[in-house]
Structure formats: structure tokens, C-alpha cells
Design a protein around this ligand. Structure first.
Ligand SMILES: C[S@@+](CC[C@H](N)C(=O)[O-])C[C@H]1O[C@@H](n2cnc3c(N)ncnc32)[C@H](O)[C@@H]1O
Length: 223
């Protein structure tokens, strides 16, 4: 399957003092469409069995996951630092007739934390030197309602593609075991439903097919 989150050297060039909104707007403006437009496979795999309610998509990008969730009955809040990405996402939602089911918000995870609780909090491929993943995980977990679900998906440090430039910044990435350890040491009580390393094939900039590994955590909050 041709999929997103496989290419681009842009992440390695994110300077520690960069303004993330400006940086990510620049990334999006390089192309009329940055990602595939398809929802992430791990979102589909993990959210399909859940009863829909309220969902928070952290780092929603061009909105494919938020739109998929809305199509499946969820009331979605979708957050990203890039106004360019959010504008594209909102346009796609209007095209799908789902604009009333998704609220788009521009926020910077380096300083903002969700104030409400949600039945599902999902984050897919949020990797930034400005937002250390353990802090981000705790913030995302804190936004899960009692009985709700946390879904975090990202690149596994042992499954980074050679063309992505990711290998130089391995500490931005996490194993499912890393996620479980941080989650269970943080606030809340959790049942771990899934902690998996999942291989999938992605297509690189020259059309080459390479395996990558997704770290997948799905956990239910008891209280
Ligand atoms: C690799 S993209 C993933 C987008 C989307 N989740 C997907 O899977 O298609 C990472 C996203 O995180 C957003 N992001 C990066 N740093 C952020 C920050 N500090 N605050 C909020 N969003 C941020 C970027 O704008 C980008 O849309």
C-alpha cells in the first residue's frame, strides 16, 4: 500500500528554537497535498470496534483521520499547530458534508494541554523535538475520560526508512514498550489493550518499497 509518513527529510531540519506553526506551515506549503488523504491504517484497525462518542485527534494534519472518525459516528475535535493543514482539513470536511461533526483548533502542544475529556484520544505520528513524546503522552492521556480509549501510533525507532532523515533523531521515536512504561507511571489507571510493533510497506520518493514499523498503543482508562 502506498502510504504517508514514509518520506521527507523535513523533520530532521526542525531546529530546537523553530516556531512550530511557521515550520509546519512551510512543510505543508511545499506541496498542495502533503499526505495521502487516507486515514491511517492503525486508526482504522483500532477504532473500528469502539462505540462512537467524542474524539480528540492530536496533530490531525490534513484531517483524514478526523474525517474517518466523523464518518463513523464520532464527534471530533481535531487539533494541529499548522493553520495551512487545518484549512485543508476543513475544506475536506466540507466536501464530505461533515463540517458539523468536526471542530478544528489551532494549538501548539509545546504549551497547550487539552482542557476537556474525550471518549477517544488519538495521536498519529506526532514526532517533534519541541514536544518530547513522554510529556505529550501524559498530556494526551490526561484528556481521556473514564472508560475512554487512548490510541497512540508513531514510528518505531528500529523501523525508520533510510530516506526519511529520521535516523539522525532517534529519541523522537518510541517503542510500544516505551509508551506502556510512561503511561503506567503517569496519571490514571489503564488497561493495555494493544502494545504492538506492526510492520507495513511504504513507498519512498523514488517509488521504492521499504518496510517500516509502527508502534501502536491502545489503552482503556479505568479511572
Ligand atoms: C507527521 S504529521 C501527522 C499528521 C496526521 N496525524 C497524519 O497522520 O496524517 C505531524 C503533525 O503534527 C503537527 N505538529 C507538529 N508539532 C506540533 C505542535 N507543537 N503542536 C501541534 N501540532 C504539531 C504538524 O503540523 C503535523 O500536522
Amino acid at each position: 500500500m502506498t502510504h504517508h509518513h514514509d518520506g521527507g527529510t523535513h523533520l530532521s531540519s526542525e531546529a530546537p528554537d523553530a516556531d512550530p506553526a511557521q515550520f509546519w506551515d512551510g512543510v505543508y506549503l511545499e506541496k498542495a497535498k502533503k499526505w495521502s488523504g487516507h486515514p491511517n491504517p492503525q486508526l482504522i484497525a483500532e477504532a473500528t470496534g469502539l462505540a462512537p462518542g467524542t474524539a480528540l485527534d492530536l496533530g490531525c494534519g490534513e484531517g483524514a483521520d478526523a474525517i474517518w472518525l466523523a464518518q463513523h459516528g464520532w464527534t471530533v475535535t481535531a487539533v494541529d499547530v499548522s493553520a495551512v493543514a487545518l484549512e485543508r482539513a476543513a475544506t475536506h470536511a466540507v466536501e464530505a458534508g461533515l463540517q458539523d461533526r468536526i471542530a478544528w483548533q489551532q494549538r501548539d502542544f509545546a504549551s497547550w494541554h487539552p482542557e476537556e475529556n474525550f471518549d477517544l484520544v488519538s495521536s498519529q505520528f506526532l514526532h517533534s523535538p519541541l514536544v518530547p513524546w513522554p510529556d505529550f503522552l501524559v498530556s494526551a492521556a490526561s484528556a481521556v475520560a473514564s472508560g475512554g480509549t487512548l490510541l497512540v501510533v508513531g514510528h518505531h525507532p528500529e523501523g525508520l526508512t533510510p530516506w526519511s532523515g529520521h535516523k539522525e533523531m532517534k529519541d523522537k521515536f518510541f517503542t510500544p514498550e516505551d509508551l506502556v512504561a510512561t503511561l503506567t507511571n503517569g496519571p490514571g489507571t489503564w488497561r493495555i489493550n494493544v502494545a504492538d510493533s506492526r510492520e507495513r510497506v511504504v513507498t519512498g520518493p523514488e517509488g521504492q518499497q521499504t518496510a517500516t514499523i509502527d508502534s501502536v498503543l491502545r489503552a482503556t482508562r479505568s479511572h
